[in-house]
Design a protein around this ligand. Structure first.
Ligand code: KIV
Length: 272
């Protein structure tokens, strides 16, 4: 695939077995433009905006109106990647009508697809969305919106019954018509079995190297939060330290009179 081609849902599906799919989250125009120009296949406007940008301790309080706002401003920075809007907690669980309506709002903001968490429990909702023309990405394993059920952010699929549940969830989602599934926080062996048995691409996060693609949260990859360094993240930079250093230098320049310099200053035109 040429780097300039727009990525659509069918294009993404065709990548399974051909090459690895690469994805990142983004929450605003600024980062979406960088990530898109670098060439990722899809950008997830994740409800992780709650923990990364809003200072929340979970994604549970994130609201529909906030997700729509972030989807809108991400979309402005993207010309190639598929934009996937993440449905927040209680925007799709309470009623079928709400679920379809809310999913449709993401598409009206320019998303090409939505993502929601859950397997068997949401399969009827997924089916109805797909029948309504809304492409859906599934998300199973350590689903952060179920943190209260799990009793914390715990790796799933560590015992036989949990493995069975995850595999059944994957199969139910495929039958319901998802075009891809995020596999989060599970043993590599489980993610491998799912990847090798289902027809749609799997996108891993904390699920090992056998998935059809990988996704990371942009702030984790860039090292923007020094308090969060999970095992599954590869931290490519320590941007927290680098940005802090720049700001410290700026403070010093302003207080010492080194900024602004002559080149930063406007003057009245002589004879003007
Ligand atoms: O909200 C998010 O960023 C996600 C990814 C971790 C897959 O759901």
């Amino acid at each position: 695939m040429e780097n300039s081609e727009k990525i659509t849902v069918p294009e993404l599906m065709k990548l399974k077995g051909k090459r690895k799919i690469v994805a990142l989250t983004a929450y605003d125009y600024l980062f979406a433009r960088i990530v898109d120009n670098a060439g990722v296949d899809f950008i997830l406007v994740g409800d992780s905006v709650g923990t990364t940008y809003q200072g929340l301790s979970s994604t549970i309080p994130v609201k529909m109106e906030e997700m729509l706002y972030h989807t809108r401003i991400v979309k402005r920075g993207v010309s190639r990647a598929l934009v996937v809007g993440d449905m927040p907690f209680m925007s799709y669980q309470a009623s079928m009508d709400d679920a379809i309506f809310n999913a449709g709002l993401f598409l009206k903001e320019g998303a090409g697809a939505v993502k929601l968490e859950g397997g068997v429990a949401v399969s009827l909702i997924v089916e109805k969305m797909v029948l309504s023309g809304i492409p859906v990405m599934g998300h199973i394993g350590l689903t952060p919106q179920s943190v209260n059920l799990f009793g914390g952010y715990k790796i799933q699929g560590r015992n036989e019954s949990s493995v069975k549940r995850i595999i059944n969830d994957a199969k139910a989602l495929v039958e319901a018509g998802v075009f891809s599934i995020v596999l989060e926080g599970m043993p590599e062996e489980v993610a491998r079995e799912i990847t090798e048995t289902i027809s749609v691409p799997t996108i891993g996060i904390g699920a090992g190297g056998y998935c059809d693609g990988q996704i990371l949260v942009i702030t984790d990859l860039l090292g923007l939060d020094p308090t969060f360094t999970p095992k599954f993240v590869k931290k490519y930079k320590d941007l927290y330290a680098e940005v802090k250093e720049v700001v410290t230098e700026y403070i010093s320049d302003v207080t010492s009179g080194n900024f602004p310099e002559e080149s930063n200053v406007f003057h009245i035109k002589k004879g003007g």
